[in-house]
Ligand binder design. Structure first.
Ligand SMILES: [Zn+2]
Length: 105
């Protein structure tokens, strides 16, 4: 899983824009996605000077969709009952800026 690879995976070509931050076909959230790719090479500046970028998800139903990072709800999986086990393939999304590389005891 290379969510931050500079090279887009082939499956993003078929992505459709999801206006809500979930699969437009089955409504599943990105936490169930089987693959993710984040287009951080091409951020867009919003009117209030925040950056946003496209996040691509391949749903478990095989639908590929994307949405703006600014539309992502904060840490949706923190509300479930297994906070010790975030989806390993999506864990980097919990802290795009500050939670990687350093592990604090
Ligand atoms: Zn789906």
């Amino acid at each position: 899983m290379e969510a931050f690879s500079p090279i887009p995976p082939e499956w993003v070509d078929s992505a459709t824009h999801a206006l809500k931050f979930c699969c437009p076909r089955c409504g599943e959230p990105p936490s169930v996605a089987t693959a993710v790719w984040i287009n951080r090479r091409a951020p867009v500046y919003t009117h209030n000077h925040k950056r946003k970028w496209q996040e691509f998800y391949q749903c478990e139903c095989e639908t590929v969709w994307w949405a703006w990072s600014s539309d992502r709800p904060p840490n949706p999986w923190q509300t479930n009952d297994s906070p010790d086990m975030p989806p390993p393939n999506l864990d980097p999304l919990t802290g795009l800026e500050d939670s990687w590389g350093s592990f604090e005891p």
